[in-house]
Structure formats: structure tokens, C-alpha cells
Design a protein around this ligand. Structure first.
Ligand SMILES: Nc1ncnc2c1ncn2[C@@H]1O[C@H](COP(=O)(O)OP(=O)(O)OP(=O)(O)O)[C@@H](O)[C@H]1O
Length: 277
């Protein structure tokens, strides 16, 4: 299919500003790689319009849990899963649910910025639409590019060079370009797996500002090793732990303010205060 023959159809979903994201609810989620169980009965509600931070030491299953939330876990041949993930009440693993529909509603931004380096900045934004088969008219494409780059906090920096290669941007700009690409399909939920770990402090701050703005419209779940970042950007927080070769589980979850000030479990306090992990 050539892009020029696409129908005059706008991206799917309500206009930004008219909604507050979707609620994601994990219910009794367990996960395996082969025989090895890596998550044990994880239940967590990630509320609409909130930022939920997933924290915990390396290897406790945070990324696996995140990948379960948009059906990427099942791409690993040895992977298995139990439990439910409800998106606004509907289990995304129910056989009536199509994987492409879930991926469109639940976007993902990865640790390492991964724009298409040889593609122009504008085409990088539109690539998200092409990958999900969402049609957009030629006349509407410029609007989508501007809107998404604006929402990702990148428009002012790139508006005069939209035809430059995505690979020519700085690391932080590339990450915001990837966020813009995710936003083009108007997801209800954005999953972010350590989105700032490869970035300098200034770029990190820009991404955090972007997260704060986006969270008014999109539900955000972020994995971070940076406790200050979790405290800054999230309203809710879940502390994962895998002890003594046991599968990862949630020790406690709740409002970030409470988790960081008066956690119920001493292991949470020890981790947050850098006494292990
Ligand atoms: N593709 C895979 N095949 C086999 N085992 C895997 C795979 N991916 C992850 N694991 C294992 O699952 C467990 C959880 O890994 P995961 O990456 O989810 O942890 P994490 O908390 O995100 O770690 P980190 O903070 O270091 O990214 C680890 O023991 C890891 O070795």
C-alpha cells in the first residue's frame, strides 16, 4: 500500500485533552521463562490519568511485568503467563482481544532511544501509525506530526528541520521523538522502561516534564532505578522484590508519598534508602 492512496481517516481514539487515559489492572499475574517462574501473583491497579512507578532491584521482574501489560512477553518463545490484565475492565489476554488492538492502546517507550535513524523526523512520528495500520490522509499528516512533537516536548527544537534524519538528534531528543511516535496512535496507556537511563540530567529533566504533561491525558507506567525520579514523576508506586532465587513479587504498593515516607514494610524503606539493591 502506498501512503498516497490512504483514506482520509484520522488516527483512532478521542482527541487529546478530552480524556484521562485508561485504567490497567493486573490480577494475579505470574510469569515464566521455560521452567523458571520469574513473577508470582502480581496484582496492581494502574489508575487512569496517573503515573505509576515500578521500582525494585535488578532482576526482580519489573520489565517482564511491563512487557506483560502490552502482550510483548509472549514474543519470547519460552515465555508463559497466568492471571489477567484488565484494560478498562476487559482482559487483554481474552481470546476475543486482538494483539494489534492492545498494542495500539498500550504503547511502549524503551530504555535506549530507538528511532529509525535514516528516516526523517516527521516520518519517524508517522511510522507509529504505519506500523499499526492506522490510516491518515496526506493533508492531515502535518497536523499529526506537529501535535505529537508538541505533546512530546520536541516541536520547538525540530520544527525547522522536520526533514532531517531522526538519527541526527541528541539522545534526549531521540527519546522524545520515540515518545512522539508512540503518541501518534493515541494510546490510552504509555509504558516506559527506564526511559532516562541513557540520558544526561538535562535530557532527563525534559523527559520528566514531558511525562508530567502527558499524564493528564495518558496513563503512564514507568520502570525506574532512580528513586528521586520515581518520587518526582509518579503518584503511585509499586516495590518489586525477588528474594533468594524466589520469583519477583510486589512487597507493597500505594501512593508514592506514602511509600517514600512511611512504607509498611522495612524492606521497602531499606531499598528506597539505598541499603540494598
Ligand atoms: N528473555 C528471557 N529469557 C529468559 N529469562 C529472562 C528473559 N528476560 C528476563 N529473564 C529473567 O527474568 C527475570 C526478571 O527479569 P526482568 O528483566 O524482568 O527484571 P528487571 O527487574 O526488569 O531487571 P532490571 O532492573 O535489571 O532491568 C530475571 O531473572 C531475568 O534473568
Amino acid at each position: 500500500m502506498t501512503t498516497d492512496t490512504r483514506l482520509d481517516v484520522h488516527p483512532i481514539g478521542p482527541d487529546p485533552g478530552t480524556r484521562r487515559g485508561s485504567t490497567l489492572e493486573a490480577v494475579g499475574v505470574s510469569a515464566w521463562f521455560g521452567d523458571r517462574k520469574v513473577l508470582d501473583r502480581v496484582s496492581l491497579t494502574m489508575s487512569a490519568g496517573q503515573v505509576t512507578a515500578l521500582i525494585g532491584p535488578s532482576g526482580c521482574g519489573k520489565s517482564t511485568f511491563l512487557r506483560i501489560l502490552n502482550r510483548m512477553h509472549e514474543l519470547v518463545p519460552s515465555a508463559a503467563l497466568a492471571g489477567e490484565v484488565r484494560l478498562d475492565g476487559t482482559d487483554i489476554y481474552d481470546e476475543s482481544q486482538r494483539i494489534t488492538g492492545t498494542r495500539r492502546r498500550v504503547g511502549m517507550v524503551f530504555q535506549k532511544p530507538n528511532p529509525f535513524p535514516a528516516m526523517t523526523i516527521a516520518d519517524n512520528v508517522l511510522a507509529g501509525l504505519r506500523l499499526t495500520g492506522t490510516k491518515v490522509s496526506r493533508g492531515h499528516r502535518d497536523d499529526v506530526v506537529e501535535e505529537c512533537l508538541t505533546r512530546a516536548g520536541l516541536w520547538q527544537e525540530v520544527k525547522d528541520r522536520l526533514k532531517s534524519r531522526g538519527g541526527a538528534l541528541s539522545g534526549g531528543q531521540q527519546q522524545r521523538l520515540c515518545i512522539a511516535r508512540s503518541l501518534a496512535v493515541r494510546p490510552d496507556v504509555l509504558l516506559m522502561d527506564e526511559p532516562c537511563s541513557a540520558l544526561d540530567p538535562t535530557s532527563t529533566r525534559r523527559i520528566e516534564e514531558t511525562i508530567a504533561v502527558l499524564s493528564q491525558e495518558v496513563t503512564i507506567v514507568i520502570v525506574t532505578h532512580n528513586m528521586q525520579q520515581a518520587a518526582r514523576v509518579s503518584q503511585d508506586c509499586a516495590f518489586f522484590l525477588a528474594e533468594a532465587r524466589q520469583p519477583g513479587h510486589i512487597v507493597e504498593s500505594g501512593p508514592t508519598k506514602k511509600i517514600f515516607s512511611t512504607p509498611d514494610d522495612p524492606r521497602t524503606s531499606d531499598y528506597i534508602n539505598g541499603r540494598f539493591g
